[in-house]
Design a protein around this ligand. Structure first.
Ligand SMILES: NC(=O)c1ccc[n+]([C@@H]2O[C@H](COP(=O)([O-])OP(=O)(O)OC[C@H]3O[C@@H](n4cnc5c(N)ncnc54)[C@H](OP(=O)(O)O)[C@@H]3O)[C@@H](O)[C@H]2O)c1
Length: 236
């Protein structure tokens, strides 16, 4: 393993087909990392991999389908020599008052945001460890710290990510650094999901991606454990 973490590593990004994941792929590639783009919308990640070049590969995968993640890990091993960085970014935010009507959405969020991140991590963990000095980046949320009305199930997944990451840090470091990123309101293509205020406030996905790229570029001796990144006008 090179002591220089700032370039030339292999980064696997889940949910790389849009938003923060896509921006993170761009930021990582710009820093000279080779990227593996995972998502369900193959057309989008295929186009992004073509655009990024430099060994970027697109792998259609669903974090709720373990077999597809195992197959993705095999491709990353064979084609890129294994992952140095895993960014658990894939997630869905389906907010609404907590009622039985939303039970399918509750389950989908837990299975994607929390169990999906756990699945990708246990599948890729040997690769992160094998190369020595791996990085696990878990994309949580400001909703992993505060929990407004309508966010009960979503916040549960993100508080879950934070608690899981705390324990993982104790288990995995110093071999694998565990970095939690907590974005605030970030511009999203599906504007129906967020309030008008949040849309007005929101910061572009590359503002979050830049922070992720910075965190993994730090020397191995230092870990940015947890980073809350909100728009300046978002007080909570
Ligand atoms: N935007 C915000 O304000 C904000 C704030 C805090 C935290 N976050 C978190 O940031 C992360 C990215 O969100 P975003 O805002 O960038 O939203 P986004 O544009 O909708 O991106 C979500 C990504 O997750 C992928 N995804 C969803 N379900 C998946 C599954 N089952 N398997 C694989 N990939 C899946 C989607 O790809 P496919 O549909 O192609 O599979 C997409 O690439 C999420 O974890 C979210 O909770 C966002």
């Amino acid at each position: 393993m090179s002591a220089d973490h700032s370039t030339g590593r292999v980064a696997v990004i889940t949910g790389a087909s849009s938003g923060i994941g896509e921006a993170t792929a761009r930021a990582m590639a710009a820093d000279g990392h080779r990227v593996a783009l995972l998502a369900r919308r193959a057309d989008r990640i295929d186009a992004l991999a073509d655009e990024l070049g430099n060994g970027a590969i697109a792998i259609e995968a669903d974090v709720t389908d373990r077999d597809s993640i195992v197959a993705a890990a095999e491709r990353v091993q064979q084609e890129l020599g294994g992952a140095d960085i895993l960014v658990n970014n894939a997630g869905v935010m389906l907010t609404a008052p907590f009622t039985s009507d939303q039970r399918e959405e509750h389950r989908r969020m837990v299975e994607t945001n929390l169990l999906g991140a756990m699945t990708a991590t246990e599948v890729f963990l040997d690769q992160l460890r094998a190369n020595g000095g791996g990085d696990l980046v878990n994309v949580s949320s400001v909703a992993g710290r505060v929990a407004p009305a309508g966010f009960a199930a979503y916040a549960a997944t993100k508080w879950g990510i934070n608690g899981w990451s705390e324990a993982l840090r104790v288990e995995l470091q110093p071999d694998v650094r565990v970095i939690v990123i907590e974005p605030g309101a970030t511009t999203h293509a599906d504007s129906k999901r967020v309030s008008k205020e949040a849309l007005d406030w929101s910061i572009p996905p590359h503002d979050i991606a830049d922070v992720i790229a910075f965190a993994v570029s730090r020397p191995q001796r230092v870990t940015l454990n947890e980073i809350l990144v909100r728009p300046t006008v978002q007080a909570m």
